[in-house]
Design a protein. Structure first.
Length: 549
């Protein structure tokens, strides 16, 4: 269909919801209005989104799209704190193992069915069900530590044995294996959202693939969506329990392929908010509308421990010492900063307010530019591998900033390590992830944004068996240390746990499991009449519930 742009006009939606009427016993509520008057925010988005199913989505853009139209038990306040959403009350038992949530009685799906505790039971069961194959199932089992989740994920128990239950329509109970100090912070993440069982089952494989196969309970309703890489449009949900606080009449996402395309649309007035990349950043970085925003994403090299070359620690360390991270960040030119630790700055803080990753270089013996050390490890690696030269392939997603970063890395490595030849393989992000998950790569530029405000959102990735341990790192001591912090003796000892997590990060750096490269900032242009976009480094990166235009 043709690309459409809207600004301050009435939007009309066709809300068919053809997958079924849903619960017959729950209270019925108001249906959303078919059209809404009001300003529409026009936003850019890259084509990197994979699903609108909260339980199966993987990418940050997907989380934002889902977050526009759905609420969970909790939501993130504009200042980054946790505040109630569908849950109006949360009680925790003295032992920290039992949570009781009292739900609001005025929250409805967009087909008029009331959102009930059964919807949360079903949503969480879907997330952990091996038949669904959610890549974020570990959030229910390893991170939230919901009772029986690990056994269910392994196929040893039925999903009905998950430690969740609906006491009545508006009372949802959760039982954990061990206390989790940051449990409430997990609840604004999409994996923990509710799902309407009869609607999902009637939609089948088509669930969350179109406006007709999506149900909303949040601030906006989906009106135009036909799959990844296409424009996406929403209107305000007039039946939303917090509708009075939603000032926009709608949202329109326009897919852009590069920074110059986005800049041209912004200058022509067709976009109110655009995330720039490439040369467009350099052109506009001194403009009054330019705002660099921390994204929370860490970009790092993942080494494949099953690869015949990169299983060699000296080769991994040679690469780590040969990269000029400051040059990489400077060439990207969007405000991104060089990274020297496995955990990025600015999202995880101790009880005393100390950033887990302080400013400066924390691991100088593991990943700083040091050509002398790089050469020493390179010579040792060649001797151990029995080679005089080496050809390697660096896998990356095909985004502009990633290509710039990889070209700089190629120059660094080839100029510092004589006899090394590097080829860059650039593919769409979804394909890059698929290749890495399959283990059919040598080393690659990877990225991760924090799902919740605790270092474990990164450190859990390198545990044996985690779906995100794409380099197949295996270290029993590391596994045991992380286990002690999740469901072992340290899980309730906050200060000791914090120290143990720092020790775990040190192990990752010393083993050169990854090599951090840069911490991403987004180079944004925002029209002066647009106010109150909430930017977050954790979970959903942009929230428009309070935005005005």
């Amino acid at each position: 269909m043709p690309r459409l742009f809207f600004c301050g006009i009435a939007l009309t939606s066709i809300l068919l919801f053809s997958c079924g009427s849903g619960n017959q016993t729950s209270k019925k509520g108001p249906l959303p209005a078919q059209s809404v008057n009001g300003a529409v925010l026009n936003v850019s988005i890259t084509a990197i989104y994979d699903s609108l199913d909260p339980q199966t989505a993987v990418y940050a853009n997907s989380f934002e799209l889902i977050g526009n139209m759905m609420d969970g038990l909790m939501q993130m306040a504009d200042d980054g704190s946790v505040k109630p959403a569908i849950a109006k009350e949360m009680k925790v038992s003295a032992d920290g193992l039992h949570y009781t949530f009292k739900l609001r009685d005025d929250v409805y799906w967009s087909n008029g069915d009331q959102v009930t505790a059964d919807d949360f039971v079903y949503g969480w069961q879907r997330a952990i069900d091996p038949a669904i194959g959610s890549e974020y199932a570990f959030m229910i089992s390893d991170i939230a530590q919901v009772k029986n989740a690990t056994a269910i994920q392994a196929g040893q128990m039925d999903v009905n044995q998950l430690g969740v239950r609906a006491v009545d329509d508006l009372t949802f109970e959760v039982e954990l294996q061990v206390p989790v100090s940051y449990f409430d912070q997990l609840l604004y993440f999409c994996t923990f959202y509710p799902a309407h069982k009869s609607f999902v089952e009637k939609c089948g494989d088509k669930y969350a693939t179109s406006p007709e196969t999506c149900l909303a309970n949040g601030a906006f309703l989906l009106t135009d969506y036909s799959g990844s890489g296409k424009s996406v449009t929403y209107i305000k949900n007039t039946a939303y329990y917090d509708a009075d606080k939603v000032k926009l009449g709608g949202l329109h996402y326009e897919v852009i392929s590069n920074g110059d395309e986005g800049l041209n649309l912004y200058k022509s007035g067709k976009l109110d908010f655009v995330e720039l990349s490439g040369d467009a950043v350099t052109k506009m970085k001194n403009d009054a509308d330019f705002k660099p925003i921390d994204s929370g994403f860490l970009y790092y090299i993942t080494f494949n421990f099953d690869d015949k070359n990169f299983s060699n620690k000296n080769l991994r360390r040679a690469v780590a010492f040969a990269i000029d991270r400051e040059e990489v960040a400077e060439n990207i030119a969007d405000g991104s900063a060089a990274a020297y630790a496995a955990i990025p700055r600015g999202f995880a803080f101790s009880q005393s307010g100390q950033d887990f990753t302080p400013a400066g270089i924390e691991f100088p013996n593991d990943c700083t530019l040091n050509r002398e050390k790089a050469l020493s490890h390179w010579e040792a690696a060649k001797k151990e591998l029995g080679v005089d030269s080496l050809e390697v392939e660096l896998l990356t997603a095909d985004g502009e900033s990633q290509i710039v970063a990889c070209n700089t890395i190629k120059k660094n490595l080839e100029s510092t390590l004589p006899g090394l030849t590097l080829t860059i393989k650039a593919v769409p992000k979804k394909e890059r992830r698929k290749i890495m998950t399959s283990g059919k790569f040598e080393f690659g530029l990877n990225n991760w944004g924090p799902d919740y405000a605790d270092p474990m959102t990164y450190l859990a990735m390198w545990v044996t068996g985690n779906d995100n341990n794409q380099g197949n790192y295996f270290n029993p001591s590391y596994n045991a240390l992380i286990a002690s912090c999740t469901d072992g003796e340290l899980c309730t000892k906050i200060q000791e746990r914090w120290s143990a997590l720092k020790k775990a990060e040190t192990m990752i750096m010393e083993d050169a499991v990854i090599s951090p490269i840069y911490q991403k900032r987004n180079a944004d242009l925002i029209k002066p009449n647009v106010k109150n976009i909430a930017f977050h480094a954790v979970a959903i990166n942009r929230i428009y519930k309070s935005t005005t235009k």
